[in-house]
Design a protein around this ligand. Structure first.
Ligand SMILES: Nc1ncnc2c1ncn2[C@@H]1O[C@H](COP(=O)(O)OP(=O)(O)OP(=O)(O)O)[C@@H](O)[C@H]1O
Length: 243
């Protein structure tokens, strides 16, 4: 069953066509990676799925994005930059998404206490963002996204700002203890399997192959789907990227 779908989705910004007739369906609990050359519309696709396009965008096609029983969006979006508030300590930054999503505070705090350990941030609850390493900041931003209690995570280059070594470490960490584990015990909204669906935008083919169940390749702008495959080979993805 799909939790998120786009059919014939096209997006324009004035004279610029960012997406052209994109079809995409994300199943319950599925981890989908979207790769493509710079400027092909990956972030635009993620924003469209999260209902975060600016009013200037002209959109056609259909989007099916779930809402929570209470009416809010079922998606949590993590932008390219970590977006941590410098004047809030790590703990307070982490709880921000949950507060906006109106997750009851005791539930959010209990979950945060678990996730600080899982995300390797235990002991840093009172640290200021500037006291954290780049990898820790990104983990904190991801933790905040997870705490929002939404069943669909939209992650835009979550590790893009990191150096290659830290980035590889983050990927190993994410593959090992990451979203499937943490999502399985989510306290708020969940999909029917109790697992979160994830859409990850990345430039990095190896990251996509390591983490995702399915890889979608967008061709150069205007972005359209040139490959949509479960566990494709690296060669297949690279060939599609040359398309
Ligand atoms: N708010 C906006 N106003 C005008 N044009 C925009 C806006 N957002 C995106 N675009 C344009 O849409 C196209 C696709 O941009 P988008 O950021 O989605 O690409 P991307 O694949 O995510 O790029 P990158 O990999 O470099 O982050 C680009 O030409 C960009 O300039």
């Amino acid at each position: 069953m799909s939790v998120l779908a786009a059919h014939g989705l096209s997006v324009r910004f004035g004279a610029v066509a960012a997406l052209d007739e994109v079809d995409l369906a994300v199943a319950d609990g599925e981890f989908v990676a979207v790769v493509g050359p710079s400027g092909c519309g990956k972030s635009t696709l993620l924003r469209a799925l999260g209902g975060m396009l600016p009013p200037s965008a002209a959109v056609s096609g259909t989007l099916s994005v779930p809402t929570l029983p209470g009416g809010g969006p079922a998606t949590a979006w993590m932008p390219q930059r970590d977006g941590l508030l410098p004047w809030r300590r790590a703990w307070s930054n982490a709880l921000l998404g949950a507060r906006i999503a109106r997750v009851p505070r005791p539930d959010a705090e209990a979950r945060a206490a678990e996730l600080f350990e899982t995300f390797g941030l235990g002991g840093f609850e009172r640290a200021w963002p500037h006291e954290l390493s780049g990898g820790m900041r990104q983990r904190l931003a991801l933790l905040r996204t997870c705490l929002a209690g939404r069943p669909v995570l939209l992650l835009d280059e979550p590790f893009g700002a990191l150096d290659p070594i830290t980035r590889r470490r983050m990927n190993e960490w994410l593959a090992g203890v990451g979203l499937a584990t943490t999502a399985g015990t989510a306290t708020a909204a969940s999909t029917t399997t109790g697992q979160r669906a994830v859409v990850l935008v990345t430039h990095d083919v190896d990251e996509a192959l390591a983490l995702a169940d399915r890889v979608i390749v967008l061709g150069a702008r205007p972005g359209r789907v040139v490959l949509d495959a479960a566990a494709p080979s690296r060669e297949k993805v690279l060939t599609a990227l040359e398309y």
